[in-house]
Design a protein around this ligand. Structure first.
Ligand code: ATP
Length: 233
């Protein structure tokens, strides 16, 4: 579904990503784990069309996705939930969710709203409340819910556990698993390797802008290098 090959990207003259290669198959949960500043966000930005790569190729569903406008990629089903969540604070939960469906033009959004409320019942309870009054965990749920309104085929999540307690992190990751059960593939970027590897089918370890290790999620949890560097074991 998503193929990234030889991806190089950076900011100004500073190269951050060095020949990053990864793939996500239909219905898979794939994690990219790595420490602070490893280039995880940069990787997602390049895939989402928010940062022009200096070289390399990105294909989505067999079609080139490099040099394509971000809104066009959203229409094709490639949707990013950014780390800062980028919610519209003064707007209500329901209004934020409707904004997520803007690329779908005039199609009715009621059914999609119901599906998001089924995934996150707390959002239904809070539907008339401004987004800025939600707790951190609820805001993350809203950011994911808003992305779901675009009907993604591949959902990219940038550090959804940021600022959340372990309990809320698991609640969010449990929802990610249910999203996958709906047939949506997930690319999950996390500094918190224990959480991400716990739900990932496959994972990549990113260090200083290069992929240094790849394997099944449960294999990597047992890998001594991963345990020492990312799990503190
Ligand atoms: P974190 O866990 O801190 O979010 P990350 O793995 O997502 O880390 P990136 O945000 O991709 O890492 O950053 C990779 C490197 O790029 C870092 O050294 C960072 O300082 C640098 N960087 C990020 N954004 C910019 C920018 N807009 N301009 C210049 N350098 C940047």
């Amino acid at each position: 579904m998503l193929h990234v090959e030889g991806l190089c990207a950076g900011y100004h003259r500073l190269q951050i990503l060095h020949e990053v290669g990864l793939r996500v198959g239909a219905g898979e949960i794939v994690a990219v784990v790595g420490g602070n500043g490893a280039g995880k966000t940069t990787t997602l930005k390049a895939i989402a069309g928010l940062l022009a790569p200096t070289s390399g190729t990105i294909t989505f569903d067999g079609e080139p996705a490099t040099g394509v406008r971000p809104s066009e990629l959203v229409r094709r089903g490639l949707v990013l939930v950014p780390e800062d969540r980028a919610l519209f604070g003064p707007l209500t939960v329901a209004e934020n969710l409707r904004m997520g469906g803007w690329t779908r033009g005039r199609q009715p959004l009621e059914e999609d709203l119901e599906q998001v409320f089924e995934l996150f019942p707390i959002l239904a309870e809070r539907r008339r409340q401004p987004a800025e009054t939600l707790s951190g965990g609820q805001q993350q749920m809203l950011a994911i819910g808003r992305a779901m309104m675009a009907r993604p085929r591949l959902l990219m999540l940038d550090e959804p556990s940021t600022g959340l307690s372990p309990k809320l992190t698991w609640a969010v990751l449990e929802a990610v698993q249910r999203i996958r059960e709906r047939g949506v593939a997930v690319l999950l970027v996390e500094q918190n390797a224990a959480h991400a590897l716990g739900i990932a089918d496959r994972a990549y370890v990113l260090e200083s802008g290069s992929i240094v290790l790849t394997g099944q999620g449960r294999e990597l949890v047992r890998d001594d290098r991963v345990r020492a560097a990312y799990l503190g074991l």
